[in-house]
Structure formats: structure tokens, C-alpha cells
Design a protein around this ligand. Structure first.
Ligand SMILES: Nc1ncnc2c1ncn2[C@@H]1O[C@H](COP(=O)(O)OP(=O)(O)OP(=O)(O)O)[C@@H](O)[C@H]1O
Ligand SMILES: [Mg+2]
Length: 319
């Protein structure tokens, strides 16, 4: 990998738009995704997530705007691009009559995996996805989770640099979902970009470095889960642990230093609602300058789920 490639975003879109008749499925989408990111793509049903994946893989053409993926144009260089990307579609079409091993061998052929590598690669993926034992059974006899793992294995056959996953854990039980999520983390650590569409917000919060929130085809927010939390919430819960004998003093400082409301206290911990996180450094400085011994200070960021619903209710938020 040369430096020039390294420093460019892996996915870059500008004004990307796709219409179906009068309907604008993706509207003026501009974003950049860097190497190594797990990027969450969120939004209600019909927000434009799957359409975006199709556009970025050159399966659909754009009505307007541009996109570069791995430095290639998805529309002009589609076949070359698709040799370097893997897609797990929303409903992975698997031939139920084939076995897992046959499925992977067939697709290895399509992806130009070299003949002398096929057996090794297929065996490696079956092992990674915990399918080895039942690799020679027909896919029709697999559970939903096994089918999903097989579909994920298929998307990885050609060792793609970007993996597009369209709701990879939908319909899976919590154990199977966790297995898939652990695999996503492993694949990301190996240096792949993961573009993850999901409706599972706690999953997105745990996995994703950054998330984008789409609404009616438009990007309404973009950033780390913590950044988005700061954009939509005006207050955060602060907890402060101090020495018990300094509790009253700390409480006094807290109530005078920053505009906080509803201070509550246990023997060692003060909690308060803080209207502006920028007040926290001042608070800490004051406490330290008055010799209050602070053992812990913790800001409870709201969960991505809460942020997501606020974003969907508010006007456009610019990152
Ligand atoms: N081939 C198509 N022809 C006509 N309209 C389409 C087509 N594909 C998508 N659309 C419309 O574009 C909009 C966005 O659809 P898309 O499938 O991208 O949404 P999504 O965010 O993936 O939703 P979901 O969460 O339900 O999977 C929807 O209104 C959908 O009906
Ligand atoms: Mg979709």
C-alpha cells in the first residue's frame, strides 16, 4: 500500500443522489470513510441505506453526484471494484440445494480465487465461521444463523478491502448475533473497512467508530456516537466521587461554579445535571485548587438509541 493510497479516504461521495421516478432515495449524500473504520449507517426503513450500498458498488447508477471507492468509480470501474469489495446483502440469496462447501467453491470461481488456493480458502472460511462440521450438508437444512454466517463467509472469499454489511444480524438470536459482531470486530482489526447498515442501535454504539444517520435519503448527522450525543443533548449527567468529609464543600463548589441543577448526593458521590460540558474543566480546576480530593469524575453520555430518536425528531443537525 503506497502512502498516496493510504492518505485518501477509502470511500468518498459528493452530492450523491439517486432517484426512482419522483422518489429521491438518496439525496445529496456527501461523506468520507477512512481506512480501518467500522462505519455505521443508520436510518428508518426506506431511509436510503441499501440504495447507498448499491450505488457504492456500482450496482445502481447515480442520478447525480460522484463517488470514489478505493480510488475507483463504482460505475465506470464496477467489475474491478467489486473484486475488492464484499457485500452481504439484506436477504442473502443462497441456493438451498448446495452444501456450504459447494456454495463457497462456486463463488470462489466467480471471484477468480486461483484454483490452487480454493480448497485452502474455503476450508479456512468454514473454520472461521464455525461451519466445518456441517460443511457438506445442504444449506436448506441450516438454521438462519448458519445461513447468515455462510453468506458472510461468501462475501469474504476474495479477501475484500471493504465489507458492506446490510443488517448482518437481523433475524439472528443473541448468541449468533454476538458471533457475527465478534467477527466484524476481527475483520476490522485485520484492516478492512466495514460499512454496516443496522437497525440495532446498541450494536452500532458498541461496534462503530463513526455513524451516519439518514432520514428520507438525507444525511442528518455524522460523527462518533459521543459526538452525536453532544450535538443533540443539552445536558449530561455528571457523577463526582470525593472524600466523604469534603462532601459539603464539594457540593457548595459545584452549585456555585457551574449552572447545574438537581444536585443529589450519597455518602461519597455527587450527581448533577450539567448543561454545558465545557463547564467541567472549570469545575475540576476549582475543586483541585480548593484541595478537594476527587477520586472519580464521570460524564454519562446518553446511549446512541436516545440520540437517534432525538435526531429523527429534530431538524437537520450539521456535524
Ligand atoms: N429499485 C427501486 N425502485 C423503486 N424504488 C426503490 C428501489 N429501491 C429502493 N427504492 C425506494 O428508495 C427508498 C430507499 O430504499 P432503501 O432500500 O435504500 O432503504 P433502506 O434504508 O435500506 O430501508 P430498510 O431499512 O427498510 O432496508 C425507499 O422509498 C424505496 O422504496
Ligand atoms: Mg435496506
Amino acid at each position: 500500500m503506497n502512502m498516496a493510497t493510504h492518505s485518501h479516504p477509502v470511500i468518498c461521495t459528493s452530492g450523491l443522489t439517486r432517484r426512482f421516478g419522483d422518489k429521491v432515495a438518496v439525496n445529496d449524500l456527501t461523506l468520507e470513510i477512512d481506512r480501518g473504520e467500522i462505519f455505521g449507517f443508520l436510518g428508518h426503513n426506506g431511509a436510503g441505506k441499501t440504495t447507498t450500498i448499491r450505488l457504492l458498488n456500482g450496482v445502481l447508477s447515480a442520478s447525480a453526484g460522484t463517488a470514489r471507492v478505493l480510488g475507483l468509480s463504482p460505475w465506470r470501474d464496477g467489475p474491478a471494484l467489486r473484486q475488492r469489495t464484499g457485500v452481504l446483502t439484506e436477504t442473502p440469496a443462497l441456493d438451498e440445494r448446495l452444501t456450504a462447501r459447494q456454495t463457497l467453491r462456486t463463488y470462489a470461481d466467480l471471484y477468480n480465487v486461483t484454483v490452487n488456493q480454493v480448497n485452502h480458502r474455503v476450508a479456512e472460511l468454514l473454520e472461521l465461521f464455525d461451519l466445518s462440521e456441517r460443511a457438506d450438508e445442504r444449506v436448506g437444512a441450516y438454521s438462519r444463523g448458519m445461513q447468515q454466517r455462510l453468506a458472510l463467509a461468501r462475501a469474504l472469499l476474495h479477501d475484500p478491502e471493504i465489507l458492506f454489511l446490510d443488517e448482518p444480524t437481523s433475524g439472528l438470536d443473541p448468541v449468533a448475533a454476538r458471533q457475527v459482531n465478534d467477527l466484524i470486530t476481527t475483520l476490522s482489526r485485520e484492516g478492512r473497512v466495514i460499512f454496516l447498515c443496522t437497525h440495532n442501535l446498541s450494536e452500532a454504539q458498541r461496534l462503530c467508530d463513526r455513524v451516519a444517520v439518514m432520514r428520507h435519503g438525507q444525511l442528518i448527522a455524522l460523527g462518533t456516537p459521543a459526538e452525536l450525543a453532544r450535538q443533540v443533548t443539552f445536558s449530561a449527567q455528571l457523577s463526582l466521587e470525593v472524600a466523604p468529609e469534603q462532601m459539603a464543600q464539594a457540593r457548595d463548589i459545584l452549585s456555585h461554579t457551574v449552572p447545574m441543577s438537581a444536585i443529589a448526593a450519597t455518602e461519597t458521590t455527587l450527581t448533577a445535571t450539567c448543561a454545558d460540558r465545557e463547564d467541567i474543566p472549570d469545575l475540576l480546576a476549582t475543586l483541585v485548587s480548593r484541595d478537594v480530593r476527587v477520586y472519580q469524575l464521570y460524564l454519562h453520555e446518553p446511549a446512541l438509541e436516545e440520540v437517534y430518536f432525538k435526531l429523527q425528531d429534530t431538524e437537520e443537525v450539521t456535524a
